[in-house]
Design a protein around this ligand. Structure first.
Ligand SMILES: [Zn+2]
Ligand SMILES: [Zn+2]
Length: 279
């Protein structure tokens, strides 16, 4: 296999979370079992088989690899991929792809699908992705991946199998849809991106940005840059109901050990062992 970019991997129940994310450098994630990825700041060679990508915003470290990804899929005779991105970015990205296509003398077939807060995409019978507002320096979105399950309505739960079948044959809707938020992806955002979307705190797996950890950074300055500081996590530590909280997108001004030491000092139990620093 061609190894062209760093990838870290973590397994949570039936999901494999793979990716890499450092501020300014590059951000890319994917969950192969869900056939989707978030952001295209880089494109590890073996990520190309994943056909659905949800882009949080168009800062270069989150989208630079889009043309390369689309071209690879074409060369490998794979279906044109679906790229979901903030609606305001579609026209510019389309122009970018056309320019690259001319320079490269190769087609770049893909669907660019505009997304807005509240938007919903049905990936399959079981999987739905919704877009939520986030707060950055340019238009940006977070994404929630929901697993849909059909469950017998409570009023029918005491009935026997044949009784339920008769009701169903008679045209009664006996089941109701329930949704479980499996994965929440914040992208780049201030902490408002968490607070304004309470589902971020409920999803089984939260992938959040955590760009700054060192003490003494001015909070108002970090907010202005559309990012989060470790203090923002500390202030919200009782809100997280997630099974796993992945903190990523750390500033390149830190060494990994420096981040680990600072987080261990401020949050010694690592949010009850649920916090995973992606370094
Ligand atoms: Zn970024
Ligand atoms: Zn950004």
């Amino acid at each position: 296999m061609v190894q062209n970019l760093p990838v870290k991997s973590h397994t949570h129940k039936d999901l494999t979370i793979e990716g890499y994310s450092r501020a300014v450098v590059q951000t890319y994630w994917r969950i192969p079992e869900l056939k989707l990825g978030f952001d295209l700041g880089g494109q590890p060679w073996d990520f190309m088989g994943t056909p659905n990508w949800f882009v949080s915003h168009t800062h270069l470290d989150h989208i630079a690899a889009l043309p390369v990804y689309v071209a690879r899929r074409r060369m490998m005779k794979m279906e044109p991929p679906n790229i979901y991105l903030p609606a305001s970015a579609v026209e510019g990205v389309d122009r970018l792809l056309k320019a690259v296509s001319r320079l490269d003398r190769g087609r770049l077939p893909c669907q660019l699908i505009p997304m807005a807060p509240g938007g919903e995409i049905e990936l399959s019978r079981e999987l739905v992705v919704t877009a939520v507002p986030t707060f950055h320096t340019i238009p940006s979105l977070g994404y929630i991946v929901w697993e849909r399950r059909r469950k017998l309505k409570p009023e029918y739960q005491h009935l026997s199998g044949p009784e339920i079948r008769d009701l169903r044959l008679g045209g009664t809707e006996v089941a109701a849809e329930t949704r479980v938020p499996r994965v929440a992806f914040l992208g780049d955002s201030t902490a408002e991106g968490l607070d304004q979307n309470p589902v971020m705190y409920e999803a089984e797996v939260l992938i959040t940005e955590l760009t700054f950890v060192a003490p003494g950074h001015r909070r108002d300055k970090i907010r202005k840059m559309g990012h989060m500081h470790l203090d923002d996590i500390v202030a919200r530590q009782d809100k997280f109901r997630n099974q796993l909280i992945i903190a990523a997108h750390l500033s390149t001004r830190y060494h990994a050990r420096q981040v680990e030491r600072q987080v261990a000092k401020i949050l010694p139990d690592g949010l009850q062992g649920r916090l995973l620093l992606w370094l």
